[in-house]
Design a protein around this ligand. Structure first.
Ligand code: GRF
Length: 200
């Protein structure tokens, strides 16, 4: 059985959607550990309630590499195959990326490369785009720059608020994150440069 490691910092709704699909047998893996750098993260509490193994690893006041080392030690301890960032509000060090290259996924609430970084939904709305969405991508050394695995398009409505738009995007996030996880775990993609292509 393949092993997923979830890294989160907050609400954890993407984690919950993944956990739900794992439970339902739609993702051929188990969630071996849920790690949060925030003690009060809702996602961490939900993980505990689900009976999953959880770890709180504080990041505050720590050097990036020192924190990353601690996280990596836990991921190694549980022999994690795939790391899923699910609202994890930390930039990972190149060291971490090298160690898990091609095995770290992130979800971003915009159609990358548009609107990387924070508050992507609000910035898309204010920019006036007619379509936005979400992206699951492999993590590289940049911020939201790695090869794109899955995307979903969400139209922007005239009377949208940032919150309403974010909620519709979130629904799609919950769907495509599991899809991307399956693609990687089942070895159904090949990577050519920046392009993640379906194996035939
Ligand atoms: C999501 O919008 C995700 O795209 C972004 O952070 C948010 C996390 O939400 N990276 P949740 O914690 O999964 O509910």
């Amino acid at each position: 059985m393949k092993k997923l490691g979830i890294l989160l910092s907050g609400r954890g709704s993407n984690f919950e959607a993944i956990a739900h699909n794992v439970q339902a047998g739609r993702i051929p893996a188990e969630i071996a550990v849920v790690i949060s750098n925030k003690e009060d993260a809702l996602g961490l509490a939900r993980g505990r309630q689900m009976g999953l193994t959880t770890r709180f690893i504080p990041s505050k006041g720590k050097e990036r590499e020192a924190f990353d080392q601690e996280v990596m030690a836990v991921l190694r301890e549980f022999q994690i195959d795939l790391v899923c960032l699910a609202g994890f509000m930390r930039i990972l060090s190149p060291y971490f990326i090298r160690e898990f290259r091609g095995r770290i996924l992130n979800i971003h609430p915009a159609l990358l490369p548009a609107f990387p970084g924070e508050e992507a939904q609000r910035r898309a709305l204010e920019h006036g785009v007619k379509f936005t969405g979400c992206t699951v991508h492999l993590v590289d050394e940049g911020v939201d720059t790695g090869p794109i695995v899955c995307q979903a398009v969400v139209p922007v409505l005239d009377d949208d608020t940032a919150e309403a738009l974010a909620a519709r995007i979130l629904k799609e996030e919950h769907r495509i994150y599991s899809e991307a996880i399956c693609l990687l775990l089942e070895d159904r993609v090949r990577i050519e440069g920046r392009r993640v292509l379906h194996k035939r």
